[in-house]
Design a protein around this ligand. Structure first.
Ligand SMILES: [Zn+2]
Length: 77
């Protein structure tokens, strides 16, 4: 009976430590993801909407959310 309690205690400690480690790793991953998102977000020069750089139009160093806004904002380009 004493050993059973010991085993349960060890398992409990192991489980708590593992849960803490996982939570910390999740937080680090989330922070990393946040950073990637904020790094890759650009602002439409016309309407000001934020969108991922990969989905934006870049004309003469400015970002746009769509071709229509690019034309409206900078007709000469
Ligand atoms: Zn726009």
């Amino acid at each position: 009976m004493k050993y059973l309690l010991l085993i349960v205690g060890v398992l409990l400690v192991y489980w708590i430590v593992r849960a803490n480690l996982r939570r910390r790793r999740d937080r680090i991953e989330a922070a990393k993801q946040d950073k990637v998102l904020t790094d890759d977000m650009v602002r439409c020069a016309d309407c000001g909407v934020h969108l991922p750089r990969a989905e934006s139009l870049t004309v003469r160093g400015r970002f746009y959310c769509c071709a229509e806004h690019q034309r409206r904002h900078d007709p000469g380009a």
